[in-house]
Design a binder for this molecule. Structure first.
Ligand SMILES: Nc1nc2c(ncn2[C@@H]2O[C@H](COP(=O)(O)OP(=O)(O)OP(=O)(O)O)[C@@H](O)[C@H]2O)c(=O)[nH]1
Ligand SMILES: [Mg+2]
Ligand SMILES: [Zn+2]
Length: 308
């Protein structure tokens, strides 16, 4: 029996990094099932697994998934009760955004941040492609930095064209397991290639017509970094699903809304139109940013099935 960590999972095949540095392709034992979780992939990137190595074929069979410290899920599809595990055992998450080419919507940022909050995983925002920004984009970048800074999320400016901001990220990612998420085309895979040019991963072009990425990366994949630690590159998601969240608890994951909600008149206040709602008052006088409140309303308004 050998132990290793899952670098990549594509349906039925798994790439495992062993303790001794070897990389072994594995399949999975027929009966392997993870407790009560109903997921489409019982083994995910970042999982620590035990496997049996077959020296004749040079491949292995995973027999056990060791306990996870955490995992990030996403709905397999809108109607499905099943979820897909994006990654497990993650120390921290980075949301890469861009002001233009493509533009990351604020609601996308908020959906991501509340998901990280729900999983209690520290989150940092990376603002990439700063080389493309003129005056209006810089204004918007500063606005977002101030908005999220006030709530308690740090932002790091990055340009992978000019190679600025890389050292800050390296020092934060060193010796940790980090996940990089963000919409298609923001530059997640380009960042991995900048960290380690030997990776030579496939990156995309931004189509001028849609000003969007083209979903180049199709599976989450974990890469070992030359400076120590691992980074998980993920496919650009159109919308980061908010799973396993009751409507009545969504506001718990908007940090500043949760803080102020303690002053609401009713303790079951959902901050929609209840009398004596301290959250609405705070939105009106600018203590809570309207964009954040709008994200909250949109998420509350969303398809119920997303929330369980
Ligand atoms: N100008 C500029 N272009 C960049 C920068 N970073 C990445 N790009 C370009 O943006 C495009 C998309 O980059 P990718 O790394 O493929 O984006 P991704 O986030 O991995 O996209 P998906 O895999 O589809 O989710 C590529 O053409 C990169 O060269 C940057 O800092 N400045
Ligand atoms: Mg990519
Ligand atoms: Zn309220």
């Amino acid at each position: 029996m050998e132990k290793g960590i899952v670098l990549k999972s594509t349906g039925s095949r798994y790439r495992i990094l062993c303790n001794d540095g070897k990389i072994i392709e594995c399949s999975i034992k027929g009966k392997l099932r993870i407790k009560e979780l109903r997921t489409t992939n019982p083994v995910a990137v970042g999982d620590n697994v035990l496997f049996e190595y077959d020296s004749r074929s040079g491949s292995g069979v995973i027999t056990e998934v060791l306990d996870r410290t955490n995992y990030i899920l996403r709905k397999a599809s809108n109607l499905s009760k099943h979820s897909q595990i994006i990654a497990a055992n993650i120390d921290q998450v980075f949301l890469m955004i861009t002001i233009i080419l493509p533009e990351t919507p604020v609601e996308f940022i908020d959906r991501f941040l509340i998901t990280a909050e729900a999983y209690r995983i520290p989150a940092t925002i990376i603002i990439n492609k700063t080389d493309l920004y003129g005056e209006p984009e810089i204004e918007k970048m500063k606005y977002l930095e101030a908005l999220y800074g006030k709530i308690g999320y740090e932002s790091v400016r990055l340009s992978l064209r000019e190679m600025t901001g890389l050292d800050t990220l390296k020092s934060r990612m060193k010796d940790k397991i980090s996940l990089v998420s963000g919409n298609s085309g923001v530059g997640k895979t380009t960042l991995l290639n900048a960290f380690d040019p030997d990776l030579n991963l496939k990156t995309g072009e931004i189509s001028d017509y849609h000003k969007q990425g083209k979903h180049i990366t199709t599976f989450p994949e974990m890469h070992r970094m030359p400076f120590g630690g691992f980074v998980v590159d993920t496919p650009g998601m159109k919308g980061f699903g908010v799973v396993d969240m009751e409507k009545s608890e969504i506001y718990h994951f908007f940090r500043e809304i949760f803080r102020i909600s303690k002053n609401c008149k009713f303790n079951n206040c959902l901050h929609l139109d209840e009398p004596g709602c301290a959250v609405r008052t705070a939105v009106e006088n600018g203590d809570i940013d309207f964009l954040r409140y709008r994200s909250y309303l949109n998420i509350m308004d969303g398809d119920d099935r997303k929330y369980r």
